[in-house]
Ligand binder design. Sequence first.
Ligand SMILES: NC(=O)c1ccc[n+]([C@@H]2O[C@H](COP(=O)([O-])OP(=O)(O)OC[C@H]3O[C@@H](n4cnc5c(N)ncnc54)[C@H](O)[C@@H]3O)[C@@H](O)[C@H]2O)c1
Length: 270
Amino acid sequence: MSDGWRVPARATTNAGRSIVVTGAGSGIGQATVQVLAGQGANVVAVDLTPESLAWLDEAPELAGVVRVSGSVTDESTNAEMVAAAVKAFGRLDAVALNAGIVVLGDITRGSIDDYDRVMDVNVRGVVLGLKAALAVMEAGSSVVITGSISGLGGDSGLWAYNAAKAAVVNLARSVALDVAHRNIRVNAVCPGATHSAMTAGVQGHQQGQAMAARVPLGRFAQPWEIGEVIAFLASPASSHVTGVAIPVDGGTMADNGQWATYGARAAGFQ
Ligand SMILES: NC(=O)c1ccc[n+]([C@@H]2O[C@H](COP(=O)([O-])OP(=O)(O)OC[C@H]3O[C@@H](n4cnc5c(N)ncnc54)[C@H](O)[C@@H]3O)[C@@H](O)[C@H]2O)c1
């Protein structure tokens, strides 16, 4: 017998939890909505426009998902999404601050406008989401920020994105410390290359093949594979995990880049 403890009978999934997902119109956010709803969560889906959430019309099993449209860079959108969760489901148990954009090109050609846009959505949007959610969250709640392995190391041609993702990874650690005494957890998920609209431009091109070859598991993630880890961090199953940045990258960050990966060898590079 165990020494005075029992595995709690509570669900280790998100059944019955009230959860907001931003960037829910596509890719990782869209998959996260599906994973969470599949676990029985009550979900608020947030994206720029009603049209970007229209995919929900095609999924009758997601009829209960509440929709909020607007930019996460606006305080009003963040207030509205939190209020929508409280109004529809009585409270807010978790929020997946996932909306993000990327701008490609090296710093010598990139503009300050590009930088401002990337920081606005990827950092300011997350800060506003944190402030709005933490104002109503109670003990046992969880915040999951979508960082990136681009926040854990550099990429060529992604300077603004690298800066923004590094900022939110450290923001997760910092805010985790600020709210730990309330038993609220804050973590970052750091995807590697993942199939979504964001990476559609490299799919089927040499660049996409080269990226997949850099992944020890030899392929891009499917968006739901990131959604499953977001769901774990949102749920009570991760009740002692806070202030971490978890790579979900097929082993990319485990590799120092010196040798050809299994993925590269499988793709014919020796
Ligand atoms: N795809 C990848 O390879 C990858 C890797 C690491 C991290 N990420 C991160 O994962 C997150 C999701 O990206 P994705 O790959 O699903 O991309 P995606 O482009 O498929 O989806 C992003 C969604 O965010 C929405 N969005 C953009 N700006 C917004 C704003 N201001 N307000 C509200 N919604 C907004 C878009 O409309 C879109 O629906 C992002 O934070 C991204 O940086 C993606």
